[in-house]
Design a protein around this ligand. Structure first.
Ligand code: PMV
Length: 336
């Protein structure tokens, strides 16, 4: 009997991945950049157990048993096994996999990124595989390949749809920009209505904006963002982050039928951030939204206290944080 437990954090993209060249292998149509959060806040925890006496493969997510055969979890297990030393005695034993997130699952908060990164890391430890883990995590969920590393991470689209060079690599460590903070505002913790794989494919086939973005916007933005991170230029970092989030959601609207991830509270948060930045006379807070209404706000430590108190004033915490009805009908905040 062998058992491995791992934890992996979420990553929040500042240049978004949206659209696949190869849906099976999750090869993206554009490069992306993200920051990986520290492991003490939002993370997935996965235990992989194997024994010669296990009768079948089984998988639990947040305490509920899920289908295993034919899923992306199964594909990751097959990929790790196929690349591992075939003389390992436990290579063919069945597995029991238990995964949980300490934050809302599938609510547009990168739960699949943390979940698959964690699974692949644990499988790698179980089967003594160190190389190629990023490309295997990518097969589970594209953005998972970025959660294999801490700090600032670039995921390259690779040179062709057949290639295995679509991998993530770190571009700066967590210590490089120690003043950076991320504030996550959970607007709604329900599961997203448009799963990202289906929505991305709809965007690729129906939006013209997505192809313009991949070809003419992202390559330039990646260079600018890389430089902004290396030089710790928060103003530039914030401007690109917000523009890129907005363009991603514009593509969602340009998709037919459209997918709406942001709601009125998300829009109120966007207005508040712009009003606060105007008031400060420069970009000191940056918002970014994934495939859901929840806001991820990047800022530097000196801004955190004042901005958090404004957030608490404008959006007072409900008594029951799961009561999403609370937020309905909220009016836009006034400019300070
Ligand atoms: O990895 P997926 O299939 O969950 O897609 C993630 C897509 C976004 O979160 C919207 C953007 C990103 O780069 O993380």
């Amino acid at each position: 009997m062998l058992m491995v437990t791992a934890i992996a954090p979420v990553n929040i993209a500042v240049i978004k991945y949206w659209g696949k060249k190869d849906a099976q292998k999750n090869i993206p149509i554009n490069d992306s950049i993200s920051g990986t959060l520290s492991t003490d806040v939002m993370y997935a925890k996965t235990t992989v157990y194997t024994s010669s006496t296990l009768e079948k493969n089984r998988f639990w997510l947040n305490g509920e048993e899920q289908v295993f055969e034919g899923t992306r979890i199964h594909s990751c297990v097959c990929e790790v096994r196929s690349k591992s030393d075939e003389t390992l005695p436990h290579l063919t034993w069945n597995l029991a996999i238990c995964s949980e997130n300490n934050f809302p699952t599938a609510a547009g908060l990168a739960s699949s990124a943390a979940g698959y990164a964690c699974l692949v890391y644990a499988l790698g430890a179980l089967f003594k595989l160190k190389d190629e883990l990023s490309s295997i995590a990518r097969v589970g969920s594209g953005s998972a390949c970025r959660s294999m590393y801490g700090g600032w991470v670039l995921w390259q689209k690779g040179t062709s749809s057949m290639s295995n060079d679509s991998v993530a690599r770190p571009i700066a460590s967590h210590e490089h920009w120690p003043e950076m903070r991320v504030l996550i505002l959970v607007v709604n913790d329900n599961r997203k209505k448009h799963p990202s794989t289906i929505a991305m494919q709809n965007s690729v086939t129906s939006s013209s904006l997505i192809h313009y973005r991949a070809k003419d916007v992202v390559p330039h933005r990646i260079k600018e963002m890389h430089l902004a991170i290396l030089t710790k230029d928060f103003r530039k970092f914030a401007e690109i982050t917000m523009k890129d989030s907005n363009q991603f959601h514009a593509i969602c609207l340009d998709t037919y039928p459209p997918c709406f991830y942001l709601n009125t509270v998300s829009q109120a948060i966007i207005d508040l951030v712009h009003a606060y930045n105007d008031y400060k006379g420069e970009h000191v807070v940056a918002y970014t939204f994934d495939a859901g209404p929840n806001a991820c706000l990047y800022m530097l430590e000196p801004v955190l206290e004042e901005f958090t108190s404004i957030i608490n004033y404008v959006f007072p915490q409900p008594a029951d944080i799961h009561d999403n009805d609370y937020f309905r009908g909220l009016t836009l905040p006034r400019k300070p």
